[in-house]
Each structure stands twice: as C-alpha cells, then as structure tokens.
Design a binder for this molecule. Structure first.
Ligand code: SF4
Length: 189
C-alpha cells in the first residue's frame, strides 16, 4: 500500500539577522487582516509586542521547512489541506515539546491549534500560555520569502479549479548559540 503523501524536509541554521531581512510587520499584518483568525486567537495579530523584542535574547535560528507532496499513486480523496493540517500540527507538537526542555524559543507553522475555542474572543487570558506559540507570519515575517530564499523551497501554484500539487509548512527554533541548534538537526533528516 502506498502512503498518501510524502514530506521533504528542509533545514538551515542562520544568524537571526538573516530572517529580519524578511521582517515587514505592517505589510504582513495587512495580509492577516483578511483572515478570519485576525484578532480572534491569541496566537494571531494584533500583538502588543514586536518580533524584535520577542526574539531579543536569541542570536541564531534553525528554520525547518516541510514540503508536503501528494503521492500520485494514492487513491485517497483526502484533501491536501487535511494533510497540511496534520503535518503542521505534528511539527508544532515537536517544537512545543522542544521548547519545554531547552533554552530556546520556537515559532510554529500557522495559528495556535490547542483549543477548539480561543479565549481571546471572550477577552480572557490564554488557557495554555506556557504552550501557546506564535508563527513567523503572525509576528511580521514574510514566511513565503523565507521559505524560498533561505530554505530553497520552490512553491507550486495550483491550476485553476485544482488543488496545489504541494504545500509547505515552516517552523523555527531560536537559540543563543548555534551549537545547540546543530544538535537538534537530526530530528528533521
Ligand atoms: S492555547 Fe487556546 S486560548 Fe491560548 S491562543 Fe491557543 S486556542 Fe487561544
């Protein structure tokens, strides 16, 4: 039996400054405003802090990209978006776990998925402040440009009326020293 999709991993450790070339908070928040999650989830903008202050303690970043490709021989009707949600949550769970036991900060791919109903809509504090994580795009980075320019992921656009042949998800781990990030690389090879 064939697996329904495959994942190609891309990783790169860069100085933090490398991703700040793709930091355009006003432009990115403009995109976020058309998303139904805007101002509805604590993981999503608007935020009362900047990425500059949030990442101030760290000097290096390990970028992790995962390209999800449908297996042409699969007979499954499952949508690419279903595969995407599965893969991004797996990556998010890995990153959240890592952040508990290492002196690192992590950014997951996409919005927080820990609760069915985010408490932001009730103007209450986040239920799991110790586990909730932001994403690159949520704090103002152009994630598509980071994926293509730094990770070398080629984005494939769908033909009209069809699903994209592949999707990608990108997370990040920030640390003070690159040696700490190098020790984590094996998990994504
Ligand atoms: S953990 Fe729950 S309350 Fe906190 S941001 Fe995520 S969905 Fe919202």
């Amino acid at each position: 039996m064939h697996q329904d999709f495959e994942i190609i991993h891309f990783t790169k450790i860069v100085p933090k400054e490398a991703i700040f070339k793709f930091y355009e908070p006003v432009r990115v928040e403009g995109y976020c405003k058309s998303c139904p999650n805007y101002n509805k989830l604590w993981s999503c903008p608007p935020h009362d802090f900047s990425a500059v202050s949030y990442l101030d303690s760290y000097d290096y970043v390990l970028l992790i990209g995962e390209k999800i490709i449908r297996n042409e021989e699969s007979l499954s009707n499952t949508s690419m978006n279903t595969y995407f949600q599965k893969v991004r949550r797996q990556l998010g769970d890995q990153l959240i776990e890592l952040s508990k036991s290492h002196d690192v900060e992590v950014l997951i791919a996409g919005n927080c998925y820990l609760c069915e109903d985010c408490l932001r809509t009730d103007d209450k504090s986040c239920r799991y402040e110790d586990r909730m994580k932001y994403s690159l795009e949520s704090i103002g980075f152009l994630v598509g440009d980071i994926a293509s320019e730094l990770l070398g992921i080629e984005l494939e656009w769908p033909e009209p009326g069809k699903e994209a042949p592949s999707l990608m998800t990108v997370g990040a781990i920030f640390a003070k020293e690159d040696i700490k990030l190098k020790a984590m690389l094996d998990q994504w090879r």
